[in-house]
Write a protein that binds this ligand. Structure first.
Ligand code: SF4
Length: 383
């Protein structure tokens, strides 16, 4: 899938999102490459550049580490000689890096408009209202007489620091798509119910794989009074799923899988767990970005794969494993448009700024959000 046309179009409006100084507009690809490489070389070990799997090629080629958000945050924290962590990803990832960084490190996000539509679906005040309304409906949010918790909040790492902080302060934990099963097991060992946010699909897919019947799950809609539930539904549920989703992964459909299977009857489908349950059930495999990459790479030569995740990951995987045929499940290619906002122009502006001693776009999580969010992250990291 060639996304050059999109890139060409985007170049014309690049300064309209986060404004860039005039001298960073209308640069040729060659000049961008040369100046980014020069600034990176000048900064040397003082700067580490992180690139998420979904990041565009023109940016990721300069990354020191490529991975999912947690792997990148850990990589940054391990590079203690680096004063600057340039996170080529989206806002919640830079926040996590800021929470996990060494004291002297500073985290920078090249374009502040690079958010995540899923993370934006759970706001701190909505979660506070949810917690209060659950109590009003008779769901115990405190410790029960048997010492267990009435409900444990679990948040996907794709959430704001404020959501992680609420979860941390209420005995909860962060999960990733890699460890969601282990984290939900941990939570159910300690509490009767789980409130899983912000991605209903990761929660549903993981619990369903663990054998939890769909009847024991309900959706909490933060835009409805009492989440759109009655008290009996809330009290009977073992899993309350926040009504959030990824606008990229929910574009994959079962008819796309049927079309792929018709074309390649021997082909296999691997889907990310942010896809809907029907897509995951119709796929042969499902798992995190790292799982997808490892599964495809480990498959026998000649295997044909349809991959249901962001198109930049799929394109790079295609190039890395030429002995397999890999197609994106959505023929139009699902693009994370917010990740795409981190352009080479923004990266150059950030790096040349650091060379000149100017830190632009620093991401700082304030206290007490930072400490409470760290609690939730540390509970996960301790597992
Ligand atoms: S792919 Fe979805 S969940 Fe991931 S950063 Fe983009 S919008 Fe957010």
């Amino acid at each position: 899938m060639d996304i050059k046309i999109l890139t060409d179009y985007e170049k014309q409006s690049i300064g309209e999102r986060q404004p860039l100084p005039e001298r960073y507009l209308r640069l040729s690809d060659d000049e961008l490459d040369a100046r980014i490489a020069a600034a990176k070389a000048t900064l040397g070990k003082r700067c580490v550049i992180l690139g998420h799997h979904y990041q565009r090629d023109e940016v990721i080629k300069f990354a020191d580490f490529i991975g999912d958000s947690l792997k990148l945050s850990r990589a940054a924290a391990s590079r203690t000689e680096a004063d600057y962590i340039v996170f080529c990803g989206v806002h919640f990832m830079a926040e996590s890096a800021d929470i996990l960084r060494a004291p002297h490190q500073k985290v920078v996000l090249p374009d502040l408009a690079a958010g995540c539509s899923m993370a934006d679906m759970a706001a701190e005040d909505q979660l506070e209202i949810c917690w209060r309304e659950l109590e009003q409906m008779g769901v115990r949010t405190d410790a029960l007489e048997n010492g267990r918790a009435g409900i444990i909040p679990v948040t996907y790492i794709n959430s704001s620091a404020a959501i992680k902080a609420f979860v941390g302060a209420h005995g909860g934990i962060v999960c990733t798509s890699t460890n969601a099963k282990a984290i939900m097991t941990w939570a159910w060992e300690r509490g009767d119910k789980i409130l899983m946010l912000p991605d209903q699909h990761l929660g549903r897919n993981t619990a369903f794989k663990m054998g939890v019947p769909l009847e024991e799950m309900v959706v909490w809609d933060p835009n409805e009074i009492y989440g759109g539930l009655d008290a009996e539904q809330a009290k009977a549920a073992r899993l309350l799923l926040w009504k959030g989703h990824c606008s990229v992964h929910t574009r994959f459909t079962v008819p796309q899988i049927e079309a792929f299977r018709k074309k390649y009857p021997e082909g296999r489908v691997v889907a990310h767990p942010e896809c809907t349950l029907d897509v995951v059930r119709a796929s042969d495999e499902s798992g995190s970005t790292e799982y997808i990459i490892n599964t495809v790479k480990a498959s026998p030569p000649g295997t044909i794969w349809a991959v249901a995740t962001e198109v930049h990951l799929v394109n790079r995987l295609t190039a890395e494993v030429p002995d397999k045929t890999i197609v994106t499940l959505d023929p139009f290619g699902c693009l994370c448009s917010t990740m795409f906002r981190v352009s080479p122009n923004h990266l150059l502006w950030i790096l040349e700024g650091l060379v000149e001693g100017n830190i632009y776009n620093q991401i700082t999580v304030p206290e007490p959000t930072r400490s409470n969010a760290r609690l939730a992250l540390d509970r996960m990291l301790a597992l």
